[in-house]
Design a protein around this ligand. Structure first.
Ligand SMILES: *[C@@H]1O[C@H](CO)[C@@H](O)[C@H](O)[C@H]1NC(C)=O
Ligand SMILES: *[C@@H]1O[C@H](CO)[C@@H](O)[C@H](O)[C@H]1NC(C)=O
Length: 604
């Protein structure tokens, strides 16, 4: 307890020093990011912040419980420090964009302001009808708390407000953040994964962009709350934190079996929190979790991949036989190349784990679908290992899987594998664009099936074969476009993964076709999902009779991710450059270290 308190006082001193350091770094006369000139618009935004940043500096956090005072019964022992040394200069991620013609710039800017207008309409409704609640209900203009009642939509959208240059709205939201009470939860348990990616990710990114102290204070409060979720016998994290029990420090029980994405998607946020505070405890906590994943990767039934279900209580990340890279596992994989970028290449294990899964996923999940137009593209299925040890592909695809194209775009660049960009990133992203374009509404269903081609290189359309495939599917419907054998879940629920990959591939390849695809998606989505107040999930994208039946449902990721990616896709490529930032799985940009910035050391 004593050493704990002393640690806090030192942390406070280090924190004050850090604030001065950050202020110095951000002064406009200094080049940001190791001499690479920041984008024009971006430096403008940062300058604006310089001029008006002071008015929120006096904000006090309003929190009824001090999570940093929890005295855990299960202590970690010696802490693993952040990697030290000069970050490696990693290969360039973004395409070298040539100057744009005035006509092209005008068209692009017109599209960009349409996205911004739509965001503003949504934000105004949230502000009026659901302020400080987790979610606006877009049909009834009612609200809902589903993530502990800490204003999920507000926190999740902070950095979008900043990026879109909505300063008045941003300042008002930052003031509101000061009043979020992390000492009280609207539900008895706290969802570790969701709270980590939406709230902690949102606070850290908004802090990285704006430098507002209160955002860091709230990130530390929340980080200490989440840190209490590692107070277990094995120091493995729980999936759900028993809120009141966690306050006592008496220790929590790790659940038996969880989906792998849950413990696998905590690393970036905890690492960033250690980087900006200089306190290694968050990074230490997640390093132990990643040790267990590192051990399991080569032992599983499909080496390189982890099963969909893992047991953190048993530290077992290898024995299951069901595999996917989409829902339930997705961001476990996504975070490996991103951790490599976030730690400046100083943790080689993230490169090794990335290379291994990127090879194995290609061998296991991807297939070329049988299509009437014989387009050369890739879809993503799942796999189950049979009793003889053979992986069996199930060609069922879901919207959640659409992020994978972007991972091959980013990873292909970081690890010098241009074939991963061209053969996999591009073709996987084309697969998602195809699924959007072929539906009468221009939106992709949540879950669907296609027929598999034996060969990826030659795939001649064969109507008889397709008829035989669809005959095997009781869910086939005669109105489905040729090539689709089911639309098992025909909704579109405002998800971001397809535009995420389109955005990444645009930034990585510079190809105009991706901006065009983004515009087609945006117009189709707005046409189908718009309500009087905001935008709503739609029930069936396979039938084009407007108005489409909608659901009174709008997740915070619509404002945090989907609209942000659309906006960035139509922005100058130096706004949130992928060479300066790495985005968490909720599209929250964290600043990447570069040669010019030391990784900040822990206070002594
Ligand atoms: C802190 O929160 C409480 C309860 O929500 C509220 O009554 C109070 O006015 C807040 N204090 C400040 C300084 O905003
Ligand atoms: C992906 O897998 C296919 C089939 O196993 C293989 O032919 C191809 O070379 C792989 N592509 C890359 C980029 O590794």
């Amino acid at each position: 307890m004593r050493s704990h308190r002393r640690g806090r006082r030192n942390l406070f001193l280090a924190f004050s020093a850090l604030c001065i350091f950050v202020w110095y770094l951000r002064s406009p006369s200094l080049p940001l990011d190791g001499g690479r000139p920041a984008g024009q618009l971006e430096s403008l935004l940062l300058k604006e912040h310089m001029n008006a940043g002071a008015d929120t500096s006096s904000l006090q956090s309003n929190c009824s419980f001090d999570w940093s005072q929890v005295d855990p019964i299960h202590t970690p022992g010696p802490l693993k420090p952040l990697p030290t040394g000069r970050p490696l200069s990693l290969p360039r991620v973004q395409h070298n964009f040539p100057p744009e013609s005035p006509a092209a710039a005008k068209r692009r800017e017109a599209r960009r302001s349409k996205v911004r207008d739509l965001f503003r309409k949504n934000w105004a409704s949230y502000r009026k009808h659901a302020w400080m609640k987790d979610a606006l209900q877009p049909l009834s203009a009612d609200y809902k708390d589903q993530f502990s009642g800490w204003a999920a939509t507000l926190v999740d959208a902070l950095d979008t407000l900043w990026i879109m240059g909505l300063r008045t709205e941003f300042d008002e939201a930052v003031e509101a953040v000061a009043n979020i009470d992390f000492g009280h939860s609207s539900s008895p348990t706290v969802n570790m994964f969701e709270v980590n990616i939406r709230y902690l990710g949102g606070l850290l990114a908004a802090y990285d962009l704006s430098g507002r102290d209160i955002l860091l204070k709230k990130a530390i409060e929340l980080g200490d709350l989440l840190y209490a979720g590692y107070n277990t016998m094995s120091r493995m994290p729980v999936d759900f934190i028993s809120f009141e029990q966690a306050k006592t420090g008496e220790g929590l029980w790790v659940e038996g079996t969880v989906v792998s994405a849950s413990p696998g998607t905590l690393s970036m946020e905890m690492t960033r929190l250690s980087q900006v505070t200089g306190d290694p405890k968050y990074y230490d906590a997640i390093s132990r979790v990643m040790d267990v994943f590192e051990t399991g990767q080569s032992r599983s039934m499909i080496p390189g991949l982890w099963p969909m279900y893992v047991s953190m209580s048993e530290r077992d990340t290898w024995s299951g036989n069901t595999f996917t890279i989409a829902g339930n596992a997705d961001s476990l994989y996504e975070y490996l190349p991103k951790m490599y970028a976030l730690t400046g290449g100083l943790e080689p294990r993230y490169e090794a784990m990335s290379r291994a899964f990127m090879k194995a996923a290609n061998d296991t999940f991807f297939f070329r679908p049988l299509l009437p137009g014989e387009e050369d593209l890739l879809m993503i299925g799942t796999s189950t290992v049979d009793g003889f040890g053979n992986p069996v592909l199930d060609p069922e695809s879901e919207h959640l899987g659409c992020f994978v194209g972007g991972v091959y775009g980013l990873g292909g660049r970081l690890f010098g594998r241009q074939d991963w960009v061209d053969d996999l990133g591009v073709k996987l992203t084309h697969g998602c664009i195809y699924a959007y374009r072929s539906m009468p509404t221009g939106m992709m269903p949540e879950r669907y099936n296609m027929a598999v081609c034996d060969s990826r290189t030659r795939c001649k359309w064969d109507e008889k074969l397709f008829d035989a495939e669809k005959a095997k599917r009781p869910e086939w419907r005669s109105h489905l476009p040729l090539g689709f054998t089911t639309a098992k879940d025909p909704r579109y629920i405002l998800r971001p993964e397809a535009i995420e990959s389109v955005f990444v591939l645009y930034r990585v390849t510079g190809r105009q076709e991706f901006q065009e695809a983004a515009w087609d998606m945006f117009t189709a989505i707005d046409k189908g999902t718009a309500t009087e107040f905001a935008n709503a999930a739609v029930l069936d994208v396979t039938r084009g009779q407007y108005p489409l039946p909608q659901e009174d449902y709008m997740e915070s990721f619509w404002l945090a991710e989907t609209l942000k990616y659309f906006y960035l896709a139509f922005s100058p490529p130096d706004l949130i450059s992928l060479d300066d930032y790495v985005l968490n799985t909720e599209a929250h940009p964290f600043r990447r270290p570069t040669g010019a910035l030391p990784i900040r050391r822990a206070p002594q």
